[in-house]
Each structure stands twice: as structure tokens, then as C-alpha cells.
Design a protein around this ligand. Sequence first.
Ligand code: GLC
Length: 555
Amino acid sequence: MPVVVPDNTVQDIKWWHSATVYQVYPRSFCDSDGDGIGDIPGITSRLDYLQQLGIDIIWLSPIYQSPMDDNGYDISDYRAVAPEFGTLEDFDRLVSEARARGIGIILDLVVNHTSDEHPWFLQSRQTADNPFRDFYIWRKPADDGGPPNDLQSSFGGPAWSLDPTTGEYYLHLFSRRQPDLNWENPKVRAEVYAMMNWWLDRGIAGFRMDVIDYIGKQVDRQVVTDGPHLHDYLQEMNASTFGGRDILTVGETWSATPGSALLYSGRDRKELCMVFQFEHVTQQWDAVHGKWRSKPFDLAGLKTVFGKWQLALANDGWNALFWGNHDLPRAVSRYGDATGYHSQSAKMLATVLHLLKGTPFVYQGEEIGMTNMPFTSIDQYRDIETLNMHRLQMEAGLSPEEFIRGANESGRDNARTPMQWSAAPHGGFSSGTPWIEVNPNYVTVNAERAMTNDASIWNHYRKLIALRKAHPVIVYGDYQPWLDQHPDVFVYTRRLEEVRLIVVASFSPGQVRLTVPTELVAEGKCIIWNYDPSDKIEAEMVLEPYEAIALLTVA
Ligand code: GLC
């Protein structure tokens, strides 16, 4: 059924337009057997919790067989479940139990690379004329015996490793245990598509596609993202796998621009439903040191980025909305105030994000305001990226204290500490010793407590998720920014025909006196708030620290 959006273009209604996705990092979600590692039966045991929250889809980070060099983003068998996570039967049960609650499961598709223990790679490295040699990217050494070119791994150091068996280098844009597949080889593509169909036939609801902007790479020209065949491959994938099915696909694309996002997610492109773009994340990073050195928070910059994407995909393409995931610090620590205004700022962030146009993604624990982890020593970290960076930064002369400070702000393990279910030992995550320490604030920040308090962050998320289902203006309304240069408040409106939604949010830990543009002075119905509800937007407002309010008006 088409709906008329304000500029009279027609946008088809898709079920995933009004859906909310919840990301589960299986290792850290719920441990059912006491080995300290979360597992699939653990996830199944928490489906009622997710149903109560109101989510429609679970994105599962990788559950496949893997040596776990990168916690499962290094797959050694695409058609088997990692034994620490359970069995294929456990997975099928999760899918059917979830379906019974109206929840779909989407899998993480990691096909830019495999594990070095994948049988294809074990074959590939044997001899230069092995039939699987071309499944990966091999090059002769440079004249000086060094790597063929300067491509660097995202985890630090050269993207090439010399394999002594044949005296050639193979490419790995991540760890040396994650060799890159050669997508130019049609046999590789056919294998991937067959594997995707195998999972689709098991009843999954879609895929999140890991670093999918890399698959068109042209190594000899040192082109990694947006290679010339990237969109051809995605169209081929679509036609060979999910094209005829009504599923959700979302690409992870750190390189995406509004222009390329329209190629990935444009309505007539036959590629993906949407992509994750990271401009609001990287906009806060240092130009030289990236995430390892943060800049002072810049709200005007952040609003510019959100506004740009809202407007660019207003009539075609679709936005994926998120603050956090398993690679990013905790939202409330990064963008809010996890100590002074924990509850208020977590709710404000949720309000701002969930009332934008796009599909919101909630990262596990975000709905109870889980925070960054106060690690004190490098021994407590588990993440390969952080451990590699530590080695490189120590060599480069950074002090251990400085490194820990940076990693506590930006390291990926902040998002990977166990889900905090209750005030029981280890936050109720496991009866054994967790693979990574639980954040000590589990005693007060936990799901059990949040669910019994009407004013909790959890209940705020539940309301926002339900509001999206109740009000088409949240799903389809036109976006308009206001006060874009204001350093402390984020103000926007959404409009669908005669219905207008006004969102006013403060990012300040102090009170803010705000003169409201006359067009926004209105009376209506307050649909969400984090202090007191008010049915009016007044010409002069005093916003409390991290206050957020949204008003629905009918013109
Ligand atoms: C993606 C994943 C990240 C992983 C990397 C390599 O960025 O989100 O966790 O380390 O790809 O697969």
C-alpha cells in the first residue's frame, strides 16, 4: 500500500519502516550453561524480555563456528554453529520461538573475509595452483621482499602477511587470521549465495552485512571501499538470494555518503533495504588519531550530520538509526552524562534518535542505560583491536595510563561487557566466571530493576518503540531542523499532512533558557518526556539538564 508523503512522492510501505531492531552480541547476552560465555539457549530464554520491550527483529552478531580471533567475525564454517554458542537445533528453536512472539532473526553475514581455519583457506595456502588459490587474494612480494603495497589492516599494521609455504603474501584487511575473500572470483560469489539461501530456507528474516562496502575492492589500485563492481555484486546477490523474499537487509558501510546510500538502498536499485552510515560517529573523532583521541563534543556538528542524512534520504532510500553497536562505546557515556544525569540523558538520547525517520537499532543493554567499563589494566581487555593498538601505541611511546584512558572512552570492549540482568553475582549473566568482567554498576543498572520502575530508561524505550507503531508521522513524516547552530539543544519537527511532531531536546548538563521560533510555539499532545509532560511549547522555555520533550499537534 503506498502512502502519500508531504511532497507528493509515493513511498511504498514496508514492514521494516516501522520496525525496531535489537542487536544481540551472543557472547555477552545470556549464559545458560555456566561456562562464562553467552549462548543461543540463553538468548531464547530472554525472548519474553525482548517481546515486552516491543522489538520486531533481533540482529545476532555471528554465531557460526569460529576460532574466535575476532569474537566470531572470523568464520571457519558458515553452516555450523560455534559449539560454545550451542547447536543448529538450538538455533532453529530460537527462530521458531522468536517467530511465535512476532520477532524475526537476522544473521550477521561476514563474507568480506573468512577465518584462516576455513577449509577454503587451508586449501588455498597449500600450493600456488590449488583450485582454491583464487578464493583469496595472493600476491608476490615486492622487489625488496616486502608486502606488495601499502594497504593497512584496520586492526593496525600491514594488510599483507607472508605465507612461508608458497612464499607469497595474502591480503587481510582485518587480523592476519581473517584472510580476505576474492570477490572477483565467481566461484566465491556462488558459494556465498548458496550459503545465504541455506540460512534463508531455515526461516531467518534477513542479514546484517559486515563491511559490505569492501567487497568490490581492487587491491592493486589500493581501492578498498566503493570499488567499481560493488553495486554489481550486490545486485547479483539480491537476484541470487533474497530478492524474492520480504526480508530486512542492512549493510555496514563506514564509507557511505548520502549519494552512495541511495545506490545501496534506493527503491529501484534491487540492492539492500538500508545501510549503517557512521558519519555521526566519526564526526566526533580526531582527524589524526581517529577514535583513540576524542574531540570535545560538538552538538552543532552532530545535528548537521543527522540533518544531512534525513534530508538526503527523504524520498528515496532509507536510514538506519543507531547510537551504538558492538564496535562503539556506550551511547550514554559517549553522548550523555553517565554519572551526573544517567537516566535523563539516556532517555533524551533515545528520544532524539527514535523520533527521526529511519529504522532504529537498539544495542543490547542500551535500553537499561549500560555504560562504558572502567577498566584499569590492559589485562582486562579482550578485544583484538584494542590489544593490537596497545602493542603499537606502546611501541610509539604512549604511556600505559594514556592508553587506558583512550581505550576506556573508545575501545570496543565497552560494549561487550555482559548484559546486566539483575543484582545477582555477575549481573545474572552467568553462574560461572564471565569471559570478560561485568561492569560493577550492575548492582543498580540492571534489567530486573528497570522493568519494575515506571520511570526507568527501559520503560522509556518501550514507549518510544510503541509510539513508532502508533503514529505514521514518526515513520514517514518530513524532517525539518530548527536552531541548527544552537550549541546545546537539538530541535526538529516532522510533518505528515496535517500532523506535526515537535521534538525539543537538550544536550546540556545545566539549565538552558531557550527562545523558541514562533512557528514552533504550539499546543498539542505530549507523547514522550523525561521530566514533566507539558502540552505546550512556549515562546520562552527553560529546559532542565538533558530534558527532552515531544509534542504532537494537528494544524
Ligand atoms: C565489522 C564488525 C567488527 C569486525 C570487523 C571485521 O566492522 O562490526 O566487529 O571486527 O567488521 O569483521
